[in-house]
Design a protein around this ligand. Structure first.
Ligand code: GTP
Ligand code: MG
Length: 390
């Protein structure tokens, strides 16, 4: 599957940068292309300069809102982020359209954090505009949810998250929810290590995007999972997860496959799927999903029908109401990995919480906005008799 990836704001831009790196890896290791264009859009000059893999020209690192923000972001006011996106949508679309082999893209992937200002406001607007412009290509969003400590200290965090999620989900074909808090690992002290978190966020997409682009027969599995299958699976609120299991490097040259060995492999597969399910990008209940997929990748010799079927049965038990698609990908060496997508989720606790908490914040936010307007008006009033230089 080939994507055009666009990141908004600091978080979105950095994750889009990570997708650009993923593509370099796919090209280097596998000779295939999965991201045909990567862009970052921001109101902050410094954030754009800090990226490393997205091309450094102004058509790929797109600065918006110049006069309004003087290149320093919108200070968490996502209404301002939305307004700037509307005003600059032509500039953004023009840049995206110049992507080489643009027509080959299967879908758009837009990325932003829910709690900030620029990305949170821009992602719903640009999702809507791109959808209207390119009706034949689905538009998916990755929306990154804030850390717990941010929710506790800043009211805007919850309010921005709620308004961003509500608006984006009403226009995007699917929204991948990524909860920052779930990537904080005690053993890594990742709390401040956003680069590592971004790598973990993007990793599950690697095999999923590569598998359908393989051309060599030896890398094509018994059941291929292509862009069509992925597009059929993605709808509404979505979670993604990834798990691995190490395989022994040497296996003894028994003739035929002993039944016990086969069951060990199935066990390893289940172990990897278990990890994928417990490491999902957002806490959710698999029973709530209406569509799901899993992709197994492993060395060709380790792949067998029992293993694929075992995983299917396992997922079916967890998500009995879901239409499940699957594929196998004979690629990895010494390792077996499983990617799981749960989509069309009927309920996500975290989203529900943002909505209900924000509803009680509305009067407070309105009051504050009115106060700001009153003070601005009062200031203008004081200077009304001064001559203007314009
Ligand atoms: N996973 C991840 N989260 C990030 C990263 N950078 C910021 N965040 C989170 O994103 C939220 C803040 O959004 P930003 O992307 O910084 O905000 P912005 O869109 O640039 O908006 P303004 O700076 O207000 O103009 C917070 O919840 C941060 O924890 C990153 O590189 N990776
Ligand atoms: Mg910023």
């Amino acid at each position: 599957m080939k994507l055009v990836v666009v990141g908004f704001g600091q978080c979105g831009g950095r994750i889009a940068d990570e997708f650009a790196r993923l593509n370099r890896r796919a090209r280097g290791q596998r000779g295939i292309e999965i991201v045909i264009g990567a862009f970052a859009v921001n109101t902050d000059v410094a954030d754009l300069s800090g990226l490393s893999s997205i091309r450094p020209d102004y058509r790929h690192r797109i600065l918006v809102g110049g006069q309004k923000t003087s290149g320093h972001g919108v200070g968490k006011i996502n209404e301002l982020g939305a307004e700037i996106a509307k005003e600059n949508s032509d500039k953004i679309i023009d840049a995206i359209r110049e992507t080489k082999r643009f027509y080959e893209a299967d879908a758009f992937l837009l990325i932003a954090a829910a709690a900030g200002g620029t990305g949170s406001g821009a992602i719903p607007i640009m999702t809507q505009i791109i959808k209207e412009r390119y009706i034949d290509k689905p538009v998916y969003d990755i929306i990154v949810l804030p850390f717990e400590h941010e929710e506790a200290t800043e009211e805007r965090t919850i309010y921005n998250s709620a308004t961003c999620l509500k608006s984006a989900s009403s226009v995007a074909d699917a929204v991948f929810l990524v909860d920052n808090q779930r990537y904080v690992r005690k053993e890594f002290s990742l709390r401040n290590n956003l680069a590592k978190i971004n790598e973990l966020i993007v990793k599950p997409f690697y095999s999923l995007l590569c598998v359908g682009e393989e051309k060599k027969p030896k890398y094509i599995g018994a059941k291929m999972l292509d862009a069509g299958d992925i597009i059929e699976t993605l709808a509404g609120w979505t979670a993604i997860g990834y798990g691995t299991s190490q395989l022994p490097l040497f296996s003894f040259p028994f003739r035929g496959v002993h039944f016990r060995k086969k069951s060990t492999e199935t066990h390893r597969g289940i172990e990897a799927m278990d990890e994928a399910m417990s490491e999902l990008s957002i806490k959710c209940k698999p029973v709530d999903s209406g569509r799901a997929l899993y992709l197994l990748s492993a060395p060709a010799k380790k792949m067998n029908m029992d293993l694929v079927k075992g995983l299917g049965d396992y997922l079916r038990d967890l998500a009995p109401g879901a239409t499940i698609r699957n594929g196998d990908y004979p690629r990895e060496k010494g390792m077996l990995d499983v990617t799981v997508v749960l989509s069309e989720l009927k309920d996500v606790e975290k989203v529900r919480e943002y909505y209900s908490k924000s509803t009680s914040l509305i009067p407070e936010v309105k009051k504050r906005e009115e106060e700001i307007e009153d003070r601005l008006r009062a200031m203008e009033e004081v200077g009304k008799d001064l001559p203007s230089l314009l």
